[in-house]
Design a protein around this ligand. Structure first.
Ligand SMILES: CC(C)(COP(=O)(O)OP(=O)(O)OC[C@H]1O[C@@H](n2cnc3c(N)ncnc32)[C@H](O)[C@@H]1OP(=O)(O)O)[C@@H](O)C(=O)NCCC(=O)NCCS
Length: 328
């Protein structure tokens, strides 16, 4: 058998501090009823000042290593999917290898916003299946609450902080493995969802700060529409490439951006609620971290077990999108 990459284990971490919809009601013109009915979110985790994205990434990585029975010395590449890294540069992955005590190992960030984990999964798969590396630590880690305008009710209520990680290596049996991956992007819609200030298009200046361009900007309705279309298509293509049907998939983990988006996709494939892994009520949208957090949490709870067939799909700013079929 030629080499096939597989997820060997998963771990996650969310900061201790929890902000509920009721808490937000106290300082913003919004309410629990609106947020719950429009998004499915009830609470989100908030990182502290002085607790950068790399701290969450390292904790998730340590849990993933423990759960997969892989020693950190065996890791020969670290990939971090994030758009809310510690610094503009260098990469957060670079900080992570130092904090994990594995300096020398190649490390790099992937910037594909909410579909970053699937870009990472595909990249890790390619490195493993080509024989270049044997064990890769892939982490999705974000602190969106630090790049949100907490006076803008249209965006700030939607996001939370957290990290999820997986160890990817060679499949240990004939069944296990990443059976298919699919990625796509369309750069004509970058302006629908972005953090416009602070890069080279709009370098930090008083004007940029006054216009609040350092924060998340989103045209919600268009993003919603694209999310349903692209996540549905990505899931369909990934299933087709793997030669499996929706009935054969044990659990679907769709990017947790809005419960209504998840429900629309599930409806398209006639997926019953019990086959959906949903934790958006607890974490809100943690961008590149939603899929690995949901995976690790469901594995910890014993819901997802060895042998289960999983479907993933996500849409991120850009837009970027992707899907995957994985047997654990
Ligand atoms: C954000 C989202 C829930 C908003 O839903 P929507 O149907 O587009 O709602 P709108 O933004 O048009 O707002 C509808 C009304 O609710 C109000 N509103 C917006 N946010 C609110 C909030 N937090 N609390 C109370 N009211 C709010 C608006 O001001 C508007 O009021 P108006 O009609 O009086 O002007 C939805 O657009 C969405 O989920 N988009 C996709 C988000 C996403 O997936 N992002 C990440 C992708 S990776």
């Amino acid at each position: 058998m030629s080499k096939r990459a597989a997820i060997l284990g998963a771990g996650y971490y969310a900061p201790e501090k929890v902000l509920t919809n009721k808490d937000i009601e106290k300082f913003l013109d919004t309410n629990d009823e609106w947020i719950t009915s429009m998004t499915g979110m009830k609470e989100r985790h908030l990182s502290e000042k002085g607790q950068p994205t790399s701290d969450l990434a390292v904790k998730a990585a340590e849990n993933a290593l423990k759960n997969s029975g892989v020693k950190k010395e065996e890791i020969d590449m670290v990939l971090v999917a994030t758009v809310t890294g510690d610094y503009v540069w260098p990469s957060t992955a670079n900080v992570v290898v130092n904090k994990l005590g594995i300096n020398g190992v190649p490390s790099v960030d992937l910037s594909a916003a909410c579909s970053g984990f699937l870009y990472g999964l595909t990249s890790a798969r390619a490195f493993i299946e080509s024989g270049i590396y044997k064990k890769i630590l892939l982490i999705g880690a974000e602190e969106f609450t630090k790049v949100c305008d907490w006076t803008d009710r249209k965006t700030c209520v939607l996001f939370g902080d957290g990290a999820g990680a997986v160890v990817i290596g060679e499949a240990q049996n004939e069944e296990q493995g990443i059976l298919s991956t699919y990625l796509g992007s369309d750069g004509s819609k970058v302006s629908y969802l972005m953090q416009p200030g602070g890069g080279t298009a709009n370098p930090l200046s008083q004007e940029v700060l006054d216009k609040k361009m350092q924060f998340v900007y989103m045209e919600g309705k268009e993003v919603f529409k694209q999310a349903v279309i692209k996540m549905t298509a990505s899931m369909e293509i990934a299933m087709e490439k793997a030669g499996v049907t929706a009935e054969q998939v044990d659990y679907f983990i769709f990017h947790q951006a809005n419960k209504r988006i998840i429900d629309s996709i599930a409806q398209r494939f006639l997926v019953p609620e019990e086959k959906l892994i949903i934790n958006i009520h607890k974490y809100a949208n943690t961008s590149a971290a939603t899929i690995p957090i949901a995976l690790a949490e469901a594995m910890e709870e014993g819901k997802i077990k060895k042998g289960h067939l999983l479907g993933f799909s996500a849409l991120g700013a850009g837009f970027t999108w992707g899907g995957a079929i994985v047997r654990i």
